[in-house]
Design a protein around this ligand. Structure first.
Ligand code: FAD
Length: 239
């Protein structure tokens, strides 16, 4: 069956970090763009290649309206991202697929959830945590471990630090691998020691991993070493 595509107007672009942009899209022909938190879309691109689309996770939560947001990092020399960053402007129209993928929350959240990501791997998790919080979906606590290089690379920092402060059941663990400035008093290094410490005693938990292949491989191996099973560890690879 052919994949359904819809026209989306880019109504806003926000430079979130030096390398990452938030693309806000509106489907003017639809009342509601139907999706589950965690799903992705295919965006058609005129790339003169055998693969004329790129996949992007939806970084906004389902609000029952016709708008979504994508969080995209510029890959130097990458055809798709160069198209998104250099050709796509506010007012451009994109051809976007229906929502795809099974990287979504369980129907009932009966244990702790730990989201582990690097860079724009944060995108599907933002959709998930906002969905849980906005709909008051019962849960047993959420941890978001977000690894990136420097303080300036943190995405949605105000939202995440505020949630961590205001919600006793939401724990934000940013970790920076290259930050040298003294005003960063948070964690330094990589994501792996953080979940190893938090889940050392193997509480009942489900893990969601998202980002590039290397991080996912290492995190899966470490979590299995802690005693978690394959079914407790869901992942979405970006490469
Ligand atoms: C499910 C999913 C969700 C994703 N979500 C996000 C997201 O939220 N944000 C984000 O920034 N990125 C996301 N990505 C990664 C994104 O789809 C692109 O891979 C990334 O933007 C780099 O694209 P590029 O064209 O700039 O780089 P490139 O390296 O040029 O291309 C990326 C990939 O496209 C394929 N490709 C390129 N050229 C050809 C060709 N000529 N023929 C066949 N295949 C080719 C290759 O597999 C290559 O690895 C996601 C990927 C997946 C699979």
């Amino acid at each position: 069956m052919a994949l359904e595509y819809y026209q989306a107007e880019v109504y806003n672009i926000i430079q979130e970090t030096p390398a990452v942009r938030r693309f806000q899209l509106r489907f003017n022909d639809l009342d509601v763009f139907d999706f589950k938190a965690g799903q992705y879309v295919k965006v058609d691109m005129p790339l003169n290649s055998t693969k004329n689309y790129r996949q992007y996770s939806i970084s906004s939560e389902p609000k029952g309206n016709n708008e979504i947001e994508l969080l995209i990092v510029l890959k130097e020399g990458g055809d798709g991202t160069e198209y998104m960053f250099n050709k796509v402007k506010v007012g451009s129209t994109l051809n976007v697929s229906r929502a795809l993928g099974r990287f979504v929350l369980p129907d009932t959240i009966d244990r702790e959830i730990c989201f582990i990501c690097t860079g724009v791997g944060l995108a599907p998790f933002r959709s998930m945590y906002l969905d849980v919080l906005n709909k008051n979906i019962p849960h047993k606590g959420m941890h978001l471990i977000f690894g990136t290089r420097n303080k300036q690379d943190l995405c949605y920092p105000d939202e995440l630090f505020a949630l961590d402060k205001e919600d006793n059941n939401f724990h934000y663990h940013p970790v920076l691998s290259r930050e040298e400035s003294a005003d960063w008093t948070g964690k330094k290094g990589y994501v792996h020691p953080i979940y190893k410490e938090l889940f050392a005693e193997k509480p009942d938990a489900i893990f969601y991993l998202c980002g590039w292949d290397d991080m996912i491989k290492e995190a899966r191996a470490n979590l299995m070493e802690l005693g978690y099973g394959r079914r407790d560890i869901l992942f979405e690879k970006y490469d």
